[in-house]
Design a protein around this ligand. Structure first.
Ligand code: IPE
Ligand code: IPE
Ligand code: MG
Length: 242
């Protein structure tokens, strides 16, 4: 019953670190540049952070790229962000695949533009058998929205006679969330000095450690990533082993 994703039965190994990549706008402002300039610089850092994962013993990395609340921003900023998502997927797809990354997207795709949805689906399909590092991108994601969509799907299953209300457990919820099959994050890192979760992985972070750092996302790299892991004693020291 609770193995719909097909990979639940696999015992996850390796760390799961989730990032709330915040501070791009302030980084750009400090340089007297428009906000999208900060998002571009941030995207480069995201790439660097993903690339660093295997070396740091991180098997799962989840990245908050666009929240359900981010639609409140100006049209110009939203358009620039959506263009950046398309550009970044096109530009990095082959390398991510070559690096053994399995990429998944969480969040509600329906309101996104068709071209972007197509690129997201293609990248998931291309990388679906990879297992070196699991990269999850939260795009039009909100924790409450995810729980609501899961609840609706469960209600549909009950209505169709496929699910017994008395059988609904934490495992059932796990299977109906967008993150089905992924282990819960061990550590959540938020950059830019804000200490709130902004609707990120509401269900999944019930037991996570949190690290709030003042560094702005476009200044966050492998070194800061390693420091955050060390601080929580989470870094796997493999010294070149497996
Ligand atoms: C995070 O940086 C990126 C997104 C939310 C898309 P911000 O754009 O929130 O940057 P600040 O918080 O305004 O500095
Ligand atoms: C959280 O950052 C969302 C992402 C990083 C995508 P925001 O900048 O949107 O969050 P608030 O507005 O500070 O809560
Ligand atoms: Mg912000």
């Amino acid at each position: 019953m609770n193995d719909q994703s097909g990979i639940d039965s696999e015992k996850p190994n390796g760390l799961h670190v989730a990032f709330i990549m915040d501070g791009n706008g302030r980084w750009a402002k400090a340089r007297r540049r428009p906000r999208p300039f900060g998002h571009q610089a941030g995207a480069k850092r995201t790439r660097e952070v993903v690339e660093a994962c295997p070396d740091l013993g991180v098997k799962y990395v989840t990245l908050y790229a666009f929240s359900t609340e981010n639609w409140k921003r100006s049209r110009a900023e939203i358009t620039a962000l959506m263009a950046l998502f398309r550009y970044t997927i096109r530009k990095t797809a082959r390398d991510l695949h070559a690096e053994g990354a399995r990429v998944r997207f969480i969040g509600d795709r329906a309101p996104l533009d068709k071209k972007l949805i197509k690129l997201m689906n293609e990248l998931e399909e291309l990388t679906r058998d990879n297992d070196r590092v699991h990269v999850t991108v939260a795009l039009n994601y909100g924790g409450r929205d995810e729980i609501l969509r899961a609840t609706r799907k469960m209600a549909e299953a009950v209505k169709a006679g496929e699910l017994e209300p008395a059988e609904i457990s934490e495992d059932t919820m796990h299977d109906y969330l967008d993150t089905a099959g992924l282990p819960d994050p061990d550590l959540v890192v938020r950059t830019s000095g804000e200490s709130r979760t902004s609707n990120f992985l509401t269900w999944q972070t019930a037991y996570a450690e949190f690290e709030f750092t003042d560094t702005l996302w476009p200044d966050f790299g492998k070194e800061q990533f390693a420091e955050a892991l060390d601080k929580f004693g989470l870094r796997e020291r493999r010294y070149g082993g497996v």
